[in-house]
Design a protein around this ligand. Structure first.
Ligand SMILES: Cc1cc2nc3c(=O)[nH]c(=O)nc-3n(C[C@H](O)[C@H](O)[C@H](O)COP(=O)(O)OP(=O)(O)OC[C@H]3O[C@@H](n4cnc5c(N)ncnc54)[C@H](O)[C@@H]3O)c2cc1C
Length: 383
């Protein structure tokens, strides 16, 4: 029971659940095993309007708010972790950066095809030498006539193997601190832009993660998002809201693990009765459900603050760090309840156990979330 949600959000969740059970869950093991982007599943999300959820209706988006997206992501994440990561990256990172910071012209150019899922978005911040410390970006961007020229490398970029539109963060002036960082939109096929697949991920294996290389890559100046030097603020703002969606994804991972553990506890027998009759198992299930609900409340609060246009940075960080780590504990207990069966592929809990791990790393590690929270608690402490 989720009395948090409005009638509309319950309807969205029901639609997402039906799609997830029918189209995502049966193919999730195959997506994981083959490390292949879920093309048909993405098309299905597009048909339901989910690829444009939260995106401005004036530019072809589906509208809706972050609580709507949260309701959908919990259902998608419960069935297929990869598909939930693909959707978050496409909507809350890639499309939202243009939706929120693009000019009217830029939005008209890129948003309609992204919202309908005809094109796929990616968000490129991380580099080989810097992830958490975005001020350390070394990808350069210099002016040359009507163009900018980019040189550098990005790493671990989700959706990159299939994406058409990339928001790339670059350093225009290393001496200017955060004011040196800019954001620019890059399209697949731009000369000097290459994409090298990165295989061998532990989880979320169908996301087509890749390295991006820019070798004297020319991009028209009109592709710049916001002001020159405004990129750091854009990245922080987008990550602040998108990490609420990572928390929602973790609700899905936790729900998937809990559902599997409940079913197994009812049917698996040991010492003459179903293991669900043993108090040790019952208590594990109770703790899993309690943590999942606590995570849901934190996530709903963060999403509500965001939707109301209120400050939400610390609350988003709390939701992300708690929901991701709770999903880890839930997946661990679900695997324990499955005994040896849970340890072998293609077990649902084995896949969730692996998929969950990165939620403590991407869009800001757990340590970075704790920094955000503690900074808000302590304020500026004089030396
Ligand atoms: C599967 C996957 C998909 C990803 N997708 C994307 C994507 O689409 N786009 C993108 O731009 N990036 C993406 N990333 C990158 C991800 O966001 C970074 O890996 C993450 O931000 C951490 O950066 P790092 O790996 O460089 O670790 P580092 O920043 O080098 O951190 C290493 C360790 O030091 C800790 N640490 C760092 N600074 C501090 C500090 N000040 N205080 C305490 N501890 C600290 C970290 O918490 C971590 O434990 C993805 C990563 C993965 C694994």
């Amino acid at each position: 029971m989720r009395p948090l949600y409005s009638e509309q959000q319950e309807m969205l969740a029901a639609t997402a659940r039906e799609f997830a059970e029918k189209e995502l869950a049966p193919r999730a093991a195959e997506v994981d095993e083959a490390e292949k982007f879920p093309v048909e599943q993405f098309k299905g999300l597009a048909q339901l309007g989910f690829t444009g959820l939260t995106v401005d209706e004036n530019y072809g988006g589906s509208g809706g708010d972050y609580r709507d997206m949260m309701a959908v992501l919990e259902e998608i994440g419960a069935a297929c972790g990869t598909t939930s990561t693909v959707l978050i990256t496409h909507v809350s990172l890639g499309s939202q950066t243009i939706n929120q910071f693009g000019t009217d012209e830029q939005k008209k150019r890129w948003i309609p095809a992204l919202a309908t899922g005809e094109k796929i978005a990616a968000f490129a911040l991380t580099e080989p030498q810097t992830g958490s410390d975005a001020l350390g970006l070394t990808t350069t961007m210099t002016e040359d006539g009507d163009d900018y020229v980019l040189n550098g490398t990005k790493l671990f970029i989700t959706n990159a193997g299939v994406a058409d539109v990339f928001t790339v963060f670059v350093n225009q002036d290393r001496s200017a601190g955060y004011r040196g960082i800019s954001a620019i939109v890059m399209e697949k096929g731009t000369p000097g832009f290459s994409i090298n697949p990165q295989h061998g991920k532990m989880g979320m294996r169908g996301c087509e993660t890749a390295e991006l290389v820019f070798d004297n890559c020319r991009v028209p100046k009109e592709n710049l998002l916001g002001e020159p030097g405004g990129g750091y603020r854009i990245a922080l703002k987008i990550l602040d809201s998108s990490r609420i969606m990572i928390a929602a994804q973790c609700l899905g991972l936790g729900k998937g693990a809990l559902d599997a553990a409940l079913e197994y506890s009812r049917q698996r027998k040991a010492f003459g009765s179903a293991i669900g009759k043993k108090q040790a198992i019952q208590f594990m299930l109770a703790d899993m459900a309690t943590e999942l609900d606590a995570a849901r409340l934190l996530t709903f609060r963060a999403a509500s603050l965001y939707d109301a246009g209120m400050p939400h940075s610390a609350e988003a960080a709390m939701a992300k760090v708690y929901a991701s780590e709770a999903a880890g504990r839930i997946a661990d207990r679900a695997l324990q309840i499955h005994g040896g069966t849970g340890y072998f592929r293609p077990s649902v809990v084995e896949r969730i156990y692996r998929d969950q791990r990165v939620t403590e790393i991407y869009e800001g590690t757990s340590e970075i979330q704790r920094l955000v929270i503690s900074r808000e608690l302590l304020g500026d402490i004089p030396d």
